[in-house]
Design a protein around this ligand. Sequence first.
Ligand code: ADP
Length: 482
Amino acid sequence: MQVLAVTPEIFPLVKTGGLADVAGALPLALGRQGVATRTLVPGYPAVLKSFGKKKPLAQFAALQGGKASVFSAEVGGLDLLVLDAPHLFDRPGGPYANAAGMDWPDNWRRFAALSRAGADIAAGAIQGYTPDVVHAHDWQAAMTLAYMRYGAAVGVPSVITVHNLAFQGQFGAGIFGELGLPAPAMGLDGVEYYGGVGYLKAGLHSAWAITTVSPTYAQEIRTPQFGMGLDGLLNARASDIHGIVNGIDVDIWNPETDVHLDAAYSQRSLKSGRRTNKRTVERRFGFQHDDSPILCAVTRLTWQKGIDLLVETLDGVVAAGARLAVLGAGDAALEGALLAGAARHRGRAGIVIGYDEKLSHLMQGGCDAILVPSRFEPCGLTQLYGLRYGCVPVVARTGGLADTVIDANEAALSAGVATGFQFEPANAGSFLHGVRRTVDGYADVAAWTSIQRQGMKSDVSWDRSARKYVELYRSLLSRRPG
Ligand code: ADP
């Protein structure tokens, strides 16, 4: 089976969030199951720099205002198709915004072009290549499915994956004339969305199947609370929506071989290895040394992630007997409030502002628990790393957090299946209650060790998820006309 993936980001070349990890890891896991994926990505400077100019496989005389071509390249086992369209993608700054953080004003044009190229490839623009299934990621690639539906590739099965419904790609109606779609497409049944053009909406409407990155989020997005205005459409397509949790790279995130840890460890050497790493965490955050648990968070500092709850409860967390270590960057007000909290509780609370991959590994390997108080969380990765490292996840019961962590209630504890702590709703009172349960749990050494070991046994690899994608692709293939 041949899959054409279309994505605006892919690890290790371009990453702003979890989407890049999925786009980079899923093809490798699918490959192990006999499914070949080619991935169409924009030719940003970081991508072009990795490969230089290559012989084009397909050319476009006029793609959203300029010449463009597609060439093939390989990185880390990934089979890429790079859309070389210098007028759209070869510019300094981020994939979606300039260096000052302002969205590129022509984003509608840039991602219409990516999608158009994807649909043309699906329809045979590359000689000798005909994908069986097209898989688009997020709003930036969503229009691929609209172009397919109104063009020659209408019979090719298609999937859209929603990594975060909060990002939808909505633009004014004025752009419609430049999209190259037939007039009927500007309807409720096509790309029209609240009087303008909605890229994600168009993709959700046009795709044969919709996936999102956890079963619980797949349910939640059908409610007004989480649906971000699209719950009506998602309910209408309920039978085509599938929730498949993300995996993690279990080679990069492996406590037995992790070079970022002071002491690598296995389930057997969990205690001694983690003790060594905890001392390093203490030094790094300027903590006094004692026997209390260190709770941590590694996160974007935003409202979605519930960081305001962390700010609100910081005094209570320390009063409960825990120490708090935060690594993150984001909203200036939240950064300031956490810095002020750390100053109030010097030696018991600390924050490192910034993005630090190495420190994030050390924290998973040395802190006792990882806090994830998100208001909504399509899947979440840090709780999965926590499971693998014996850093017990303490999570809001929402989205992927609800699906991946088993709460340490009495029944789960006595059955020996608990892997962490859940709380709901995502408010300060429930969160603090969850923290107190965690501190009490930590004091019960036998129960705590069982929670850690059980978490380390959880299957957080990509292989299980990839099997579910393969099943989905197969079911779509069986629905092909003729
Ligand atoms: P989201 O994609 O919504 O930000 P996820 O939990 O899915 O949330 O993924 C976040 C990823 O970014 C994880 O790999 C996490 O470890 C990493 N991360 C977030 N903030 C930092 C930081 N300040 N330093 C290092 N890694 C971070």
